[in-house]
Design a protein around this ligand. Structure first.
Ligand SMILES: [Fe+2]
Length: 327
């Protein structure tokens, strides 16, 4: 970390109205850092506006503008800049005022010692990296939260249209997440699994409502249209650049380990883990629920079915975890 900090020597601005102080600092920093120097606060503000400084170091007592006011203006231009005050006349009031304004990272008193100024710059550059890293993390989290809201809105769309799907996607998601948690999956992967599960049947928007609520047996044409829903779901979700493979998971949620699923008859590891978990939970939830064409199946029959497909249609590990949760 320190080595990286030392190499980055083009991002520092030092302001002092006394030119001999600037020359002294240039000598002290020679070989370690190559800052820009300025002896006028107004010019320095212009440099901050046009530059890309990570650290700004300022004298406190200057004509035109004092250092505290200058730093305040700097942080208005760029709130990420880390600031250091140099002073020969520091008073407790100055320090308290600056610290209360929350804008000063370090105080250094004159005369400046080489070791202290280098340490202050290193610490300031590290502080800047931390600020940027935190900001990135915050933005990434916000982006993910926005995506989650969007997915939930999409989930509502299909649930409003098809009452039989209402709750199904949420139940499948809850069960899938429990299994993944019990298997010790990474938290972020579980987050993606949850999102894909709550929207896995979004492609049913393409299926005429009367097919979905038809009390009798579906014709082969009707069934082939229903079987398009993972493809349509993939098409809808593929337009968004998610942080997780949501559209692929949705595309694969009716594939089976032995290649007997649809739409692509994928086998084994060709199917994402997330799609495999959703597939088994989806099957279970559909079997225990009332459907327009049949009543809910008894739990014993469902358990027997899951056991009979363990390791063939559905991954044994996922069936075992599901059985632990439901029995
Ligand atoms: Fe489905």
């Amino acid at each position: 970390m320190r080595e990286n900090v030392m190499k980055n020597n083009k991002n520092i601005l030092i302001l002092d109205d006394e030119k001999n102080v600037l020359s002294a600092l240039e000598r002290l920093l020679h070989g370690s850092f190559e800052p820009d120097f300025c002896n006028n606060p107004l010019d320095a503000l212009e440099m901050v506006r046009n530059g890309n400084y990570k650290v700004v170091i300022s004298d406190i007592s200057m004509p035109l503008m004092d250092g505290i006011k200058f730093i305040e203006e700097v942080t208005k231009i760029d709130s990420d800049v880390v600031t250091v005050i140099l002073t020969g006349h520091s008073t407790v009031e100055n320090a308290i005022d600056a610290i209360n304004k929350g804008s000063i990272f370090r105080f250094l008193s004159k005369p400046i010692n080489k070791e202290n100024i280098i340490k202050a710059i290193e610490d300031s550059l590290e502080q800047h990296s931390n600020i940027i890293a935190k900001k990135r993390l915050f933005n990434l989290e916000k982006e993910k939260a926005d995506m989650e809201s969007m997915i939930r809105a999409l989930s509502k769309v299909i649930e409003i249209r098809d009452p039989y799907t209402a709750g199904h996607q949420k139940d499948v998601a809850a069960l899938s997440v429990t299994i993944a948690q019990n298997l010790g999956w990474d938290e972020d992967k579980i987050r993606g699994l949850n999102l894909a599960a709550i929207v896995h049947d979004i492609g049913k928007i393409y299926v005429p409502a009367e097919f979905l609520s038809k009390p009798g047996k579906l014709t082969s044409t009707e069934f082939s249209i229903i079987k398009q829903h993972p493809v349509v779901g993939h098409e809808i979700l593929d337009t968004v650049n998610f942080n997780w493979p949501i559209s692929t998971i949705v595309y694969q949620h009716h594939e089976k380990l032995d290649g007997s699923g649809y739409p692509n008859q994928l086998k084994g590891d060709e199917i994402l883990d997330e799609a495999q978990i959703i597939a088994v939970c989806d099957t279970y939830d559909a079997m225990i629920s009332h459907r327009p064409y049949r009543a809910a199946l008894e739990k014993d029959k469902v358990v027997a079915y899951l056991k009979s497909t363990r390791g063939t249609q559905y991954k044994a590990e996922y069936v075992d975890e599901l059985l632990k949760v439901i029995t």
